[in-house]
Design a protein around this ligand. Structure first.
Ligand SMILES: [Fe+2]
Ligand SMILES: [Fe+2]
Length: 182
């Protein structure tokens, strides 16, 4: 007897499209020094809304390029500039926000690598179900991660971090983006 192969299905019932009004409201509860993060979230979130709609070669390429860039910049800025300062207030690093945020980043990095491998070897005439599912999962994980950061973490970072720490974060991001620009 042939065993039916397992086909995981993605539950997208709680998917919420990026909306401008909500974005503007979020800015009212986030410190201006951290706005660049929220702006990047909104842009990536919009792109993930498109990825969720289905296979398109150019769109997948753009999404993977953008995610790859975010992993090298945005994700690292959060880890190196924000979490290191949050550690002044929450010293626990094995459980809690510092550990969880890093672990979510690593899960996203892993799925991105897998999506890249599937995309690089795929036939645009006949994209596999696996690739489409992986891109859908990656988009979903990013959406949920951004939602968590926008609605919980960044408003709380804004309250917990000192004015000096927030200014230092903005300074570090600015310095890195201006020196890195090609
Ligand atoms: Fe993040
Ligand atoms: Fe983020």
């Amino acid at each position: 007897m042939v065993k039916p192969s397992y086909q995981p299905r993605l539950d997208l019932t709680d998917w919420k499209k990026t909306d401008t009004l909500e974005f503007e409201k979020i800015l009212t509860i986030v410190a201006p020094e951290l706005y660049s993060f929220i702006e990047e979230h909104a842009a990536l979130s919009q792109l993930m809304d498109q990825v969720r709609e289905g296979y398109h070669t150019e769109l997948y390429q753009k999404a993977l390029d953008t995610i790859g860039h975010e992993l090298e910049h945005h994700f690292l800025y959060e880890e190196n500039y924000i979490l290191t300062r949050l550690a002044n207030h929450i010293t626990e690093t094995e459980v809690g926000p510092i550990a969880k945020l890093k672990s979510e980043h690593n899960i996203i990095r892993k799925h991105y690598q897998e999506a890249m491998a599937l995309f690089q070897n795929h036939d645009p005439e006949n994209p596999s179900h696996e690739l489409i599912q992986k891109m859908g999962l990656l988009a979903y994980l990013l959406k949920k991660h951004i939602e968590k950061e926008d609605h919980y973490l960044f408003p709380l970072f804004s309250v917990i971090l000192t004015q000096g720490e927030k200014a230092a974060i903005a300074h570090d991001v600015h310095l890195h983006t201006t020196t890195k620009k090609e």
